[in-house]
Write a protein that binds this ligand. Structure first.
Ligand code: AMP
Ligand code: ZN
Length: 495
């Protein structure tokens, strides 16, 4: 029987402002949409944190036995730095800066994004659609919104009419708890807003200026789609008019997700999403990590150690462990101390884990492994509480140590249960990479260990007067660029 039938999963829903029992629309199946990256530059560690939170949520839902359709898009067009100014198209700006075609920018940073995800052991989403691959769907939705009186064309652009929406009693601002009159008072007067009826109307379609190279034909002339509409188009296409979970960082709550709610309700007459999930921010020096302020670090800089912020490189596993020691709805401030503490903690956990095959079984158990196992589920069932889960995993490690030193006893079955529960949660759910060494050694150190092992084997070969083997080791290492030097103190090597 599927695990989810025995577990009661609670999810905090931004829309209701409370945790409630999660029930999917179709029993056993879940549709989840997460806003993907805007691929005009490298993803920073803050972006990685948000995507990692959803990676773990995806992993846990799969672990529970749900069939999950997980859609995470790639925003490769239409994301303006502000809604009113077409010159602020991120892709067009970046392509000028790097002297590349906008689609070269998209390719370059999509490749980087996927490389980062591989490095940090992410599961791929089940569908990864792009905005540019769904221009037709966006044009169709725009036309539908015009036809139903929720949108209007102005000077080749099409805007969503927020006031018309509210007049129909549909409550713009319900997700982010904003009052439309306050919004009206606080909106700046930006270039291009004169074509809008109201400042908070947002673009569904933007007319392309002659210099704007990313452009498509539409019933309103050449232009490009609005950012908010792409997510509505892709989520509706792959998950339906109403689906289970929609996620993203909490900075996307307004306006992006608020606009998605409005578009969905205007198009279909009902709310597009049952559970809205928002992740909290990664900060550095107490400030939100962000490209625009320069307060950021790239994931690979943390892994290679090429940065001025951390004292040493950290393995991807340690970054993952550090991130998951905070709940996804809490702020996490990344620091050298936090990373060092995570490394120590993870190594300690793995040292105990590695003792498991050596444990001696007894006839009786003095520890209650079944209830410990349920505590692990309870942690994740409580709105994916990874820090509590990790505390439980340390409790499991403590059990191993107690049995190892003879202070407690476990039966063969309980040792097996402890082992499967620990590996399920560590590797399948939290996504720690089982094949990585842990935190102590990086690749260079591992290679050093391998060469030292070969030096030792060569020494033994010589002691056995097997000079053919000892020469083979020396010569083959040399072809790899590793030179052995025999000296008084023994054999050393250089690369
Ligand atoms: P973007 O490519 O800017 O749309 O961002 C991709 C995702 O990363 C979005 O869900 C953002 O909310 C999220 N994000 C951006 N900055 C941070 C941060 N400092 N911490 C956590 N998530 C972030
Ligand atoms: Zn989105």
């Amino acid at each position: 029987m599927e695990l989810y039938k025995n577990q009661s999963l609670q999810i905090y829903n931004t829309l209701s402002g409370e945790k409630s029992t999660f029930t999917p629309i179709h029993d056993g199946n879940i549709g989840m949409y997460v806003c993907g990256p805007t691929v005009y530059s490298n993803v920073h560690l803050g972006n990685v944190r948000t995507f990692m939170s959803f990676d773990v949520i995806f992993r846990y839902l799969l672990h529970l036995g749900y069939k999950v359709r997980y859609v995470r898009n790639i925003t490769d067009a239409g994301h303006l730095t502000d809604d009113g100014d077409v010159d602020n198209d991120r892709f067009v700006k970046q392509s000028r800066l790097e002297k590349l075609e906008p689609m070269e920018i998209v390719q370059k940073y999509s490749v980087d994004f996927h490389k980062v995800l591989d490095t940090f052991n992410f599961l791929p989403p089940t569908i990864e659609p792009t905005a540019t691959g769904h221009i037709l769907e966006q044009i169709e939705l725009t036309q539908k919104l015009i036809d139903t009186g929720f949108a209007y064309e102005s000077n080749g652009s099409v805007y969503f009419d927020v006031f018309a929406y509210n007049e129909k009693g549909l409550n713009y601002g319900e997700l982010s708890n904003r009052n439309i009159d306050e919004l009206f008072a606080n909106t700046r007067d930006l270039d291009g807003q004169s074509e809008k009826k109201n400042p908070q109307d947002f673009a569904l379609w933007k007319k392309a200026s002659p210099a704007h190279i990313m452009r498509w034909n539409s019933p309103w002339g050449e232009g490009f789609p609005g950012w908010h509409l792409e997510c509505t188009a892709m989520s509706t296409k792959y998950l339906g008019e109403t689906f289970d979970i929609h996620g993203g960082g909490m900075d996307l709550k307004f306006p992006h997700h608020e606009c998605e709610v409005a578009q969905g309700k205007a198009c279909n007459g009902h709310s597009p999403v049952n559970y809205w999930m928002h992740t909290n921010m990664l900060t550095m020096n107490g400030l939100r990590m962000s490209k625009s302020t320069g307060n950021y670090i790239l994931p690979m800089e943390l892994v290679t150690g090429e940065n001025n912020f951390f004292e040493k490189p950290f393995e991807p596993n340690i970054v993952r462990f550090c991130f998951l020691q905070a709940h996804y709805r809490s702020v996490l401030d990344i620091s050298n101390d936090a990373m060092v503490a995570s490394e120590k903690g993870y190594n300690r956990l793995m040292e105990s884990y590695k003792l498991l095959p050596m444990l001696k079984a007894s006839n009786t158990s003095s520890l209650d492994i079944a209830s410990w196992k349920q505590s692990c589920y309870n942690a994740m069932n409580d709105d994916f509480n990874t820090p509590i889960l990790i505390a439980q995993l340390f409790e499991g490690a403590r059990y191993i140590n107690l049995v190892n030193d003879g202070t407690a006893t476990l039966t063969t079955d309980d040792i097996k249960l402890l082992e499967t529960t620990l590996s399920n949660f560590l590797f399948d759910v939290l996504g720690m990479n089982n094949t990585a060494s842990g935190g102590t050694s990086n690749t260079t150190e591992k290679l050093k260990g391998v060469v030292e092992l070969l030096i030792e084997m060569r020494k033994q070969a010589r002691a056995n007067r097997d000079f053919a083997l000892s020469d083979q080791i020396r010569d083959q290492l040399l072809t790899l660029g590793i030179q052995l030097k025999d000296g008084k103190e023994g054999t050393t090597f250089s690369v």
